[in-house]
Each structure stands twice: as structure tokens, then as C-alpha cells.
Design a protein around this ligand. Structure first.
Ligand SMILES: [Zn+2]
Length: 85
């Protein structure tokens, strides 16, 4: 059985970025694109190695990478609001 929950990832400026299915506990380092539920800023359409930015404050959200063959957003920890799971 898979455990986890849907959390909302936000920029430090307060802009909602996307919702994400987080499996297990712990800090979020990266977000797999196919586990995002609602994409408010177009991250799911971003190309590999591009750096999506927050539409509100213009900061880097991270970088799109391939992780074990799946595209994922490696979060910029300085920009993303900390989430406790
Ligand atoms: Zn922002």
C-alpha cells in the first residue's frame, strides 16, 4: 500500500506553485513531474535542464532534471517555502 499525501508547494513570496503527491515523510528535495497534481506555473511543460521561475517574484524555483529516467524538478531550497509532512 502506498502512503503519502497531497501537499501544496509554495514559493516564499506566497505564490502557489503546484500540488504534489509526497510519498513518505521528510524534506522535499525534488518533485517528480508525473506526481504533480495541479500545476499553477507551467512546470510540467518545462524542458529538461530549464529553470522555471516564480511568476510573481521571478526567483528560480529549481531545475528540471532526469532522475532515474523520469523528469523531476529539483527544488531550489532557498526559494521554496518549507513544508512539513
Ligand atoms: Zn515567488
Amino acid at each position: 500500500m502506498k502512503t503519502g499525501k497531497i501537499i501544496t508547494i509554495e514559493c516564499k513570496c506566497g505564490r502557489k506553485l503546484f500540488r504534489y503527491f509526497k510519498a513518505g515523510k521528510g524534506r522535499i528535495i525534488k518533485c517528480f513531474i508525473d506526481r504533480m497534481a495541479d500545476d499553477y506555473v507551467g512546470v510540467q511543460n518545462a524542458e529538461t535542464f530549464s529553470k522555471p521561475i516564480c511568476p510573481q517574484c521571478g526567483k528560480d524555483l529549481g531545475i528540471i532534471m532526469m532522475i532515474r529516467g523520469n523528469p523531476a524538478l529539483k527544488l531550489n531550497q532557498g526559494t521554496i517555502k518549507k513544508v512539513r509532512v
